[in-house]
Design a binder for this molecule. Structure first.
Ligand code: 5GP
Length: 132
């Protein structure tokens, strides 16, 4: 479901196609609420994407319109993925881009899970781009 001022959900986005089984993925975890799979272009030794099964563009509409069960199911799934991968002790980073300033490329909510090395400062240095 879309929220005011944001574009509607695009059923042709790549993660919608992965959820429908039209595009393969290297699955890590799946339950009623979420699917987790390895990122095709990993930025760390472990780089997994966790996506809700519902049609949500980003954290914006998910947080505004998803049911309590969907939200709880998705958040628990993220935790389960980290646990399943043995990452609770060494640690991991979660990141969710939302909208143009964040450089979100795929318009289906996804949480990046990075791990497997010291991840360094929270944000990479900003590239040379005009300030807003
Ligand atoms: P965003 O920039 O939207 O936060 O992240 C999108 C992520 O999706 C990127 O890290 C990109 O590598 C990943 N990605 C894009 N297309 C595919 C795909 O077809 N399969 C998988 N596994 N990951 C993809």
């Amino acid at each position: 479901m879309s929220v005011s001022g944001l574009p509607p959900y695009d059923d042709t986005n790549v993660f919608a196609r992965i959820l429908r089984g039209e595009i393969p993925c290297r699955k890590v975890f799946e339950d009623e609420w979420a699917l987790a799979f390895h990122d095709i272009n990993p930025q760390a030794p472990v780089h997994v994407l966790v996506i809700p099964k519902g049609r949500y563009c980003s954290f914006a509409d998910f947080s505004a319109t998803a049911s309590e069960a969907e939200i709880a199911g998705f958040i628990r799934a993220v935790g389960r993925v980290a646990r399943q991968l043995g990452l609770e002790a060494p640690g991991y980073r979660l990141l969710a881009n939302a909208g143009p300033d964040s450089h979100q490329e795929v318009p289906h909510l996804h949480v990046h899970l990075f791990a497997g090395r010291r991840l360094g400062p929270m944000l990479a240095p900003a590239p040379d781009q005009p300030s807003r």
